[in-house]
Design a protein around this ligand. Sequence first.
Ligand code: SF4
Length: 203
Amino acid sequence: MDRKDTIIYEAHGNLYLNITNRCTAECVFCIKRYSDGVYGYNLRLLREPVLSEIISELEQTDLSKYREVVFTGLGEPLLRLDDVLKITEWLAGRDIPTRLDTIGHARLLYPGRNVTRELADAGMKVISISLNAQDENTYNQLCHPKYRNAYKKMLEFARDVSNAGMELRFTVVDLPVVDIAKCRELSREYCADFKVRGYSGPE
Ligand code: SF4
């Protein structure tokens, strides 16, 4: 293999960080099921970059060009919570706004830690949670989470986000089984911004 992993990439005026391909879910609509990445970037990692490699790539980038830096990628960034915290601190120290895209299973991954407090203290500004469904059954059908009670715990994590003073966003994918109106209503209940993402994969 002679290709180089894509750890950072740009789109929509943002800079995106792709630090892991591992995940705590197996969503039926996941890009991993039908593509190697997005916007022409191959996001399949040959190996996970270590913290120093990620920081080194950021150091070589003119960060002032971007609206925000977003932890996302083909995987769940919070599987690398300690590195997410260090990178967020590094960015916040340079006044770069940061957002985290997550499936929201942090309470299950780290039951002994106050993850939202740690993220807020590190300087995280926005957390975008993949709400994905209006109820637990639909959620389990769509996301196949690796934990029991994942839907309930994801919603608890959403409350934690707001309580820690960060901006909360919910996203859903526009699929027939997703009740967009109910999801929008949930977003209102949680004082979250709401975004519907189009599905571009195979039928
Ligand atoms: S949470 Fe994201 S990365 Fe993980 S399986 Fe679902 S769509 Fe894919």
